[in-house]
Design a protein around this ligand. Structure first.
Ligand code: HEM
Length: 493
């Protein structure tokens, strides 16, 4: 097949797959795919109705946890031998509070007393954030935004001891994790990110008036600790990111913590949670993949090609349950199309900035996007693909230890060195299978993203969380967004 015919084929396939999975044919399709008798459809083995099949386990939380713990120990044991293992180990130790996905403590009763004020403010402000009936009137919206922000600012002034918070952050920076444990640091980072995004939008659904703001003066209680924590994670955005707002918004038991749509219907609340859960689950199911990437690289460096083949094959197999976390959720029955754009997506956007004091240029920060997910960046690096995100965007949104891990994976990637014959050829074909699965994902993602982005939202201008305000209408905006998605699909070879 020529690249063009293959591209058209994948696009059509992605659309058919999406339509079938959103239709009453879903149970039939799932059953057929799980039997994987048709070679091409073995790509989909592992998809289930209720969520991913966790390889080698009964699918329960504890088994996955035990499996992941074992994988993380293996990586740790290799960390004296190879920098690819030591860079992931450093990520787990420093940002992950000893685990992956990172441990995030949302039980404020265990937090240092001085930080509890932020959680109290969350509890008070969260019910005021969603508007059950959104207004199209700028005057009404302006009043709502002003009231929300002034109540927020008032509570921050009354309750937060900023000097005390700064002292605690300085203690963390000097390694005093005994008084500010890392899992609490992560939970607080998430809470702060929630507060900033809530203050930024002041009303969900996001409205046109707030979208047109160019900059925002956030209260210092939300600025000072944020700057300190961003510098800790090696980031320089005003906006939250995939880690701060999504991955860290789940505790170790997998409970969803800080909410956008408190008090709204169960359809809205479950759509919000299901969407957020994908980003956490991808990192849970990603652990065996990170481990196989690392073990594959180490085995290759040692010239142990049989073992290298096994590890690359494992990545291919683990990708099925991992991608099903996305396929099984991103459809109308789990994430309602009628609510996602207005009531979920907007909160994760940012779209304001400031004048850069060094070069005088206006710097605008975008919000969150799936393009910040570590798993896809690490896989791309292992396949030898160029990074999807430009360096400056990575430095804003992808924590430095994650960036380093991907750089090391890319540097030690060996795909381009493989020959066509013998064991090399076998490893090469496993790589090709991984590429095929990623292409099917990218193609299906293109179709599904379009469906969600084209839902009516008369209160706002076309916008994605990851690219901020778009073109004047959604049709032109989709053309713009499609360039990224098609471009990446074509690069995935
Ligand atoms: C309905 C929800 C979603 C919509 C509408 C959507 C939309 C988009 C759009 C328009 C892009 C291209 C522009 C950009 O880079 O920001 C993109 C990129 C991307 N998205 Fe999503 N997204 C959604 C959910 C997700 C989820 C749940 C994941 C995975 C956990 C994900 C993973 C990615 C990745 C990895 C990219 C980078 C391009 C690539 O690797 O193909 N997205 N998304």
């Amino acid at each position: 097949m020529t690249p063009l015919t293959e591209f058209i084929f994948l696009s059509v396939l992605g659309s058919i797959f999406t339509i079938l999975f959103s239709s009453p044919w879903r149970p039939w399709l799932t059953k057929r795919l799980s039997q994987h008798t048709v070679p091409f459809f073995s790509l989909f083995k592992g998809f289930t109705l209720s969520g991913p099949v966790l390889a080698g386990s009964t699918g329960n939380h504890h088994t996955t946890e035990a499996l992941n713990r074992h994988k993380l120990d293996t990586i740790h044991d290799l960390s004296d031998c190879h920098e690819v293992a030591s860079s992931f180990s450093a990520l787990v130790k420093q940002d992950g509070a000893g685990s992956w996905p990172p441990k995030s403590n949302h039980n404020e009763r265990t937090w240092p007393a001085i930080l509890q004020a932020y959680k109290e403010i969350y509890h008070e402000m969260a019910p005021l954030l969603p508007a059950e009936n959104v207004s199209l009137d700028d005057t009404v919206n302006e009043q709502r935004i002003v009231e929300f922000r002034s109540r927020f600012a008032q509570l921050l002034t009354q309750k937060v001891d900023l000097a005390g918070v700064e002292k605690l952050l300085r203690a963390a920076d000097s390694g005093r994790w005994d008084i500010f444990p890392k899992d609490v640091y992560n939970g607080f980072y998430c809470c702060l990110a929630w507060c900033r995004h809530a203050y930024r939008w002041a009303s969900i659904p996001v409205v046109r008036l707030a979208q047109l703001e160019k900059s925002i003066a956030l209260p210092e209680e939300l600025v000072v600790p944020w700057n300190s924590m961003q510098s800790h994670f090696g980031l320089d955005s005003e906006s939250g990111n995939n880690m701060s707002n999504l991955v860290l918004n789940f505790n170790t038991a997998g409970d969803y913590a800080l909410k956008i749509n408190t008090g709204l219907s169960s359809l809205v609340q479950s759509s919000e949670e299901e969407f957020a859960r994908i980003f956490h689950e991808v990192e849970v199911l990603g652990v065996p993949i990170y481990s196989s990437i690392i073990e594959g690289i180490v085995a290759h460096a040692r010239g142990d090609k049989e073992s290298c083949l096994e590890h690359v094959r494992d990545i291919r197999d683990q990708l099925r349950p991992l991608l099903s976390s996305y396929y099984d959720r991103v459809h109308d029955a789990r994430i309602a199309r009628s609510v996602w754009l207005s009531r979920v997506q907007g909160f994760y956007a940012w779209g304001v900035g400031h004048q850069n004091s060094t070069n005088g240029e206006w710097e605008k920060f975008d919000g969150l996007s799936g393009n910040q997910v570590l798993l896809f960046q690490a896989l791309d690096a292992f396949l030898g693909l160029e990074a999807y995100l430009p360096k400056v965007i990575q430095e804003r949104n992808v924590p430095v230890l994650q960036r380093r891990f991907c750089e090391v994976v890319k540097r030690h990637g060996f795909r381009s060195e493989l020959g066509n014959e013998g064991i090399d050829g076998k490893i090469k074909r496993e790589f090709e299978d991984i590429v095929k699965r990623l292409r099917v994902f990218r193609s299906a993602h293109r179709t599904r993203a379009k469906v969600y982005l084209t839902q009516p939202a008369p209160e706002r201008l076309p916008m994605t969380a990851g690219k901020s305000l778009l073109k004047e209408d959604m049709e032109q905006s989709l053309v713009f967004l499609d360039q990224f998605m098609v471009g990446r699909l074509l690069q995935t070879v």
